[in-house]
Design a protein around this ligand. Structure first.
Ligand code: HEM
Length: 267
């Protein structure tokens, strides 16, 4: 089948070179002009050395199908929830101590004494629920719009991995305050993992860092929660977005393409 090429998307207006005015001193005069020129100069300077602008334009300037609506924002909303978790998590990590004897006290300090600690902890705690809800709503949108079908099956599979990783974040984060509720809930959760077929017992041993819930369990959960899984989520979101940019988004199922509007091949 011949390859269909869409026309190259235009540069945004702010980056277009200004037309020269005859007779005038064509240098930038007003502060706003100067700021625009400075922006263009910086972008030009970086682009001359990296040729990144082609990739950025490929990623950002897309043709969007007719009928695109607010439900298409759920994926981006989930991504921003993840970014908010990453930022608030960094500040919590500045005070949190993953030791069985000091974890509870460090959380108490964050909540009652650290500057804006209660606010940042609240954002992280509520943000985790928001992220889970958004990921499920986004999955529902892609399912009901048939976006899992050819050629987007791989993006659906990456999405399933993202869903599991998001749930892993919630599960591992729940233990960190190390109070009675989080301790016993985690014991129940690890036991449930242990009942899984084949890998269940290995998984629960891995999570506990041994056959019993011990002193290293907490630091293992912490490492999974703040290093391993966020890194994997960031990489998976990168792959997910690459495929969204490459394949485009699906039109709503109630819109049918008219045969005479099919894209034509251009040079
Ligand atoms: C951390 C979790 C996730 C993030 C940040 C994320 C992000 C995104 C974004 C920004 C888009 C493009 C805009 C949109 O359609 O909303 C998208 C599209 C898509 N996502 Fe996700 N996603 C996540 C999880 C999932 C899950 C759990 C699934 C399904 C199991 C999934 C399947 C898809 C599919 C199939 C598309 C293509 C949609 C289309 O072509 O219309 N994603 N995702």
């Amino acid at each position: 089948m011949p390859r269909l090429r869409l026309p190259t998307p235009p540069l945004p207006a702010a980056l277009q070179p200004r037309p020269k005015r005859p007779g005038a001193n064509n240098g930038p005069t007003k502060p706003l002009d100067q700021a625009t020129e400075a922006g263009v100069t910086v972008v030009d300077w970086i682009d001359e050395r990296t040729s990144l602008s082609g990739g950025v334009r490929w990623m950002l300037f897309r043709k969007v199908p007719k009928g695109t609506n607010w439900f298409y924002t759920l994926g981006s909303a989930a991504m921003f929830a993840f970014l908010s978790q990453a930022v608030t998590g960094v500040f919590l990590a500045m005070y949190y101590d993953p030791s069985p004897t000091r974890a509870y006290e460090s959380i108490r300090y964050i909540t009652n004494e650290a500057f804006l600690g209660e606010f940042v902890r609240g954002m992280h705690k509520w943000g985790s629920t928001v992220m889970v809800v958004l990921v499920f709503l986004h999955m529902g949108r892609t399912f009901f719009f048939g976006a899992y079908k050819y050629p987007r099956e791989l993006n659906w599979v990456i999405g399933v991995v993202l869903l599991i990783l998001t749930m892993t974040m919630s599960f591992t984060g729940y233990l960190l305050p190390f109070d009675q509720r989080s301790y016993w809930a985690t014991i129940v959760g690890v036991n449930i993992n242990g009942t899984g077929p084949l890998i269940g017992p290995y998984l629960s041993d891995f999570l506990r860092a041994g056959p019993e819930f011990g002193a290293t369990t907490l630091s293992r959960f912490y490492a999974i929660h703040m290093l391993l899984v966020p890194g994997l989520i960031a990489a998976m979101i990168g792959a997910h977005l690459y495929l969204v940019a490459k394949l485009g988004t699906t039109a709503p199922p109630w819109l049918k393409a008219k045969p005479d509007q099919a894209p034509t091949e251009s040079a």
